[in-house]
Design a protein around this ligand. Sequence first.
Ligand SMILES: CC(C)(COP(=O)(O)OP(=O)(O)OC[C@H]1O[C@@H](n2cnc3c(N)ncnc32)[C@H](O)[C@@H]1OP(=O)(O)O)[C@@H](O)C(=O)NCCC(=O)NCCS
Length: 181
Amino acid sequence: MSPGETLKTERLALRPFRRDDVDDVDDALAYRNDAEFSRFLPHIPHPFTRQDAEAFVATNCNEPWSRSPTFAVTLDGVLIGTVNFEVDAGTASAMIGYAIGREWWGQGIATEATAAAMKWAVKRFELRRVWASTDVRNTRSRRVLEKLGMRPTHTRLAEHKDRDGTSIEEVVCAVDVKLGR
Ligand SMILES: CC(C)(COP(=O)(O)OP(=O)(O)OC[C@H]1O[C@@H](n2cnc3c(N)ncnc32)[C@H](O)[C@@H]1OP(=O)(O)O)[C@@H](O)C(=O)NCCC(=O)NCCS
């Protein structure tokens, strides 16, 4: 497996997950034990237990970096969120996902982290297109995608249901990467 890489931005470091990240469960990963944080991410268990944290860290450590790189987003050494990609080499495209703990919302952190990660991914995987999908009600997330230069392409019913079993409408957004960028 190719080793992960570390990226630095003005305020953040984005690095691969480490096994010992789970030991920070009472501190760093506590951001995931928040119903407001996972409101539009029903696949994240709530409450988020130590067992969930172990599974989360194990998955992020084991995913192949060449196809599904997942960065731990850190601020002053504290793990505050994630940015991840699902790369489709066949179409030179990648899906981007991101999540930041509520304590750090509204400071441009997600935009700073995703912009740096996207720039890295475009170069690393020679991408021509980056896309994302988000719950239509997730206005913060939609704004992040807009700031990344993505535009809505269509809406669709999500494959997963909401926590109460109802269907979720999601918007798919994408940006075509210009040659030489
Ligand atoms: C979506 C999320 C990543 C945004 O993180 P963030 O660090 O607050 O994002 P930023 O500060 O970079 O940008 C947020 C933008 O939303 C705007 N915003 C904040 N609250 C808003 C609201 N209630 N309605 C509309 N826009 C809002 C902010 O003003 C900002 O835009 P601006 O820079 O033009 O002012 C964060 O809320 C999160 O992790 N949520 C939980 C997980 C999640 O939903 N992830 C996305 C899955 S698709």
